[in-house]
Design a protein around this ligand. Structure first.
Ligand code: GAR
Length: 217
């Protein structure tokens, strides 16, 4: 069985979109299952959604640890029980150190709410509006030790409108996150997308399925 472990910090809407795709598309028939959700925040709404869906949910509260490494060790102890094929960061808002990242080479994915390499870090929607860009979007990438800099897997593009505020733009982008991320997770789980020598390898058809444009406001 190819196990997927999902790390969240809050709402968990990306986790839910992946879990719903897995169910609708019968990923289990391909030997792929979402085995566990871990949150670093005890109150994360995504934990309840996981339990409702019958997915094992755990909390590793980062506030209870003195160092990032100790926090990561506690997560790794849970994660390693599943020998996961893919570790999905879905709104997981803690920076991971090399200690964690180097343990799971080519297996950790993240979704970032911007068209990388633009707007790494936080407040991406406000910064995109302030910069006056006409397009924005989201990026799924392999996680590397440098923040938001790993090899890109897929991207989704949305327009930035004159009437936008950060919330409106975030909402438009999130709708495409929910389409892009399940596809990317599935593609990595099946092996049609791989990290090779620091670059993403896939065929043209897969690349097209991981490139989305939504001109509709
Ligand atoms: C998503 O928009 C995701 O791109 C972003 O947090 C949101 C989580 O929503 N991630 C980051 O900013 C990572 N630095 P969700 O909890 O509903 O999936």
């Amino acid at each position: 069985m190819k196990n997927i472990v999902v790390l969240i910090s809050g709402r968990g809407s990306n986790f839910v979109s992946i879990a719903e795709s897995a169910k609708r598309e019968n990923w289990l028939d391909e030997g792929i299952q979402i085995s566990c959700v871990i949150s670093n925040r005890p109150g994360a709404a995504g934990l309840d959604r996981a339990r409702e869906m019958g997915i094992h949910a755990e909390v590793v509260d980062h506030k209870l640890f003195d160092t990032r490494e100790a926090f990561e060790d506690a997560m790794m102890q849970i994660i390693d029980r599943y020998d996961p094929a893919v570790i999905v960061l879905a709104g997981f808002m803690r920076v991971l150190t090399n200690h964690f990242v180097e343990r799971y080479p080519g297996k950790i994915l993240n979704i970032h709410p911007a068209l990388l390499p633009l707007f790494k870090g936080l407040d991406t929607h406000a910064r995109a509006i302030a910069a006056g860009v006409r397009v924005h979007g989201c990026t799924v990438h392999f996680v590397s030790p440098e923040l938001d800099a790993g090899a890109i897997i897929g991207q989704a593009v949305v327009p930035v409108l004159p009437s936008d505020d950060p919330d409106k733009l975030a909402h438009r982008g999130l709708k495409l996150e929910h389409v892009l991320y399940p596809r990317a997770v599935h593609a990595v789980a099946t092996g049609s997308v791989k990290l090779v020598d620091g670059r993403t390898e896939m065929d043209d058809e897969t690349a097209l399925s991981l490139t989305l444009f939504d001109a509709a406001a």
